[in-house]
Ligand binder design. Structure first.
Ligand code: NAI
Length: 496
């Protein structure tokens, strides 16, 4: 193959090598990835490296995505990538190359281990924190569906699917099994968001039955944050929705010494990408100052994933021994001894291959069984589904709640729907006394069928909507449905 700027370059480390895509990335990326590749070679990892590019240089060359086609093709071929940090240069592209990669390969699961690092003193040192956050990575508020309802009211949609919940729950249990872990805890806010976070929790419970060898637990995410600070050692694997996971995984990195040591995996149905959590650190790039520990520990995750657990553990041990010894540490962590550079740190790790750290017990690991890629969203079958009403979000800033109620109710005269409630930010403002509620200019009017035996038709909805539209601006309409007798909508505070 001709080597162009972006064409993959291949070099194998040994015989029956597993092909992997390597993206050195930006800033300190080439230094830390170089260190990890050297270490893997010295440890006897059997990998066949396809070097590809992504990030700043690609943007600067005029590619608006930051990820060339050759890189995409390589990852599709290998299914495994070790990636350095990617920067989005200011003024180039709308989206970061990281986001492009995540979306392209539908990496629905983000796995972030947090393990006590020897030699890195924290308020938790000696408590043997060794936990993993498995975060759903595609859905939730991060689906990016937002609308301004009025110039002063934004609505951000939190999307949770049964499909996404099932996949991430299964990934969490499979990961727990691959690492011989004892428990998986599902952290949600199911008490408040009963449908979205609630479905995530219920789906987790169902999937848990397929893994009787692993204990399954539920926890509310606010209590989880509290417990993580009070008694982090009680947790093993924590699975959670996207935003909860975003916050909790930074918290857990902080418990063990900061983002500088945090490895991660982004897992899709057919692809796994391994990277350090830190960024490209432009302030220290190219000066042999970067600490390559996080990417080395990411390589450990990758080697376990591709079925080379012995080499993985040897590398992990060597990194931990080096940190524990504390004699050859990079500037960001060196205390008692003068700091060394990236290259000297890597030399020290290589010289420590074969040694075992004093801290922590060695975990028996095996390759992660990826939830099957042939798995497709099952349609959730119901015997009966009915439209029983609708919610309409209207805009009004001059009338009182009682006046809005009268005007809207007028539209229902002689029709199959009656006005049940008007709420403002989830609180009932009509019928009844509304003195305590601070009004904003959006009002949610809920209409429910008068006759429980008759389903509401689209024409009836259009008819009512056109009457409302003649009196108010409306921004949003939502059908209210019941599936096999279970309401597919929640009630407002104060709604009967
Ligand atoms: P950063 O993580 O690159 O740097 C924050 C601070 O930590 C800096 O002082 C840096 O010198 C230090 N640091 C980070 N990694 C280090 C290491 N391995 N050894 C020693 N010191 C280290 O975060 P920042 O400055 O917010 O982002 C810089 C660039 O990286 C941005 O363009 C950002 O978009 C990108 N980035 C990329 C990520 C990825 O590709 N996954 C993740 C986070 C940021």
């Amino acid at each position: 193959m001709t080597h162009t700027e972006s064409a993959p370059q291949s070099h194998a480390t040994s015989g029956t090598a597993v092909p992997i895509t390597v993206i050195r990335g930006d800033g300190i990326g080439p230094e830390v990835i170089g260190a990890a590749l050297r270490l893997m070679e010295e440890a006897g990892a059997s990998i066949d490296v396809e070097e590809c590019v992504a990030g700043a240089k690609v943007f600067e060359a005029g590619d608006q995505t930051g990820v060339p086609q050759e890189t995409i093709a390589s990852i599709q071929r290998t299914g495994v990538a070790l990636k350095g940090p990617l920067a989005t240069p200011i003024g180039y592209g709308e989206k970061s190359a990281n986001v492009t990669l995540r979306k392209l390969f539908e990496t629905y699961g983000n796995i972030r281990p947090a393990r006590e690092i020897p030699g890195v003193a924290t308020p938790y040192s000696g408590r043997n924190i060794d936990l993993v956050i498995v975060r759903e990575n595609l859905e939730d508020l991060y689906a990016g569906i937002e609308h301004m309802q009025t110039p002063g009211v934004a609505l951000s949609l939190k999307v949770i699917t049964r499909h996404g919940s099932e996949k991430i729950a299964r990934l969490a249990f499979e990961f727990a099994r691959s690492e011989g872990r004892r428990s998986v805890t599902c952290a949600t806010k199911a008490n408040i968001m009963k449908l979205g976070e609630g479905m995530f929790q219920r789906t987790f419970d169902e999937v848990a039955r397929e893994y009787p060898d692993i204990e399954s637990r539920q926890i509310l995410v606010d209590n989880c944050a509290h417990q993580l600070v009070m008694r982090p050692e009680q947790f093993d694997v924590i699975v959670t929705t996207n935003m909860n996971g975003d916050i909790l995984s930074d918290l857990t990195s902080g418990l063990v010494g900061g983002l500088g040591f945090a490895p991660s995996a982004n897992v899709g149905s057919d692809t796994a990408m391994f990277e350090a959590v830190h960024g490209s650190a432009p302030d220290i790039a190219g000066r042999d100052l970067a600490n390559p520990s996080a990417i080395m520990l990411s390589s450990v995750m990758m080697l376990r994933h591709i079925g080379q657990p012995a080499v993985a553990s040897a590398i992990e041990d060597a990194v931990l021994v080096t940190l524990e010894d504390g004699k050859f540490l990079t500037g960001d962590i060196a205390k008692e001894h003068p700091p060394v550079g990236t290259i000297a740190f890597t030399d020290a790790v290589i010289s420590n291959l074969g040694r075992v750290p004093k801290i922590g017990e060695r975990r028996e690991t095996r390759a992660l069984v990826m939830p099957p890629s042939s798995w497709r969203p099952k349609v959730i079958e119901v015997t009966k589904r009915e439209v029983v009403g609708m919610d309409v979000l209207i805009e009004e800033s001059h009338m009182t709640a009682a006046q809005v109620g009268t005007a809207v109710e007028d539209c229902t005269q002689g029709g199959p729907l009656r006005l049940q409630i008007i709420s403002s930010r989830g609180n009932k403002v009509w019928p009844g006394d509304t003195d305590d509620t601070e009004m904003i200019d959006t009002w949610r009017c809920r209409f429910i069928r008068r006759d429980e035996s008759v389903e509401i038709t689209d024409d009836q909805i259009y008819h009512l909507l056109s009457c409302i539209g003649a009196k108010f601006r409306w921004a949003n309409v939502q059908k209210l449905q019941v599936f096999d007798g279970v309401a597919g909508f929640t009630k407002s505070q104060g709604e009967e």
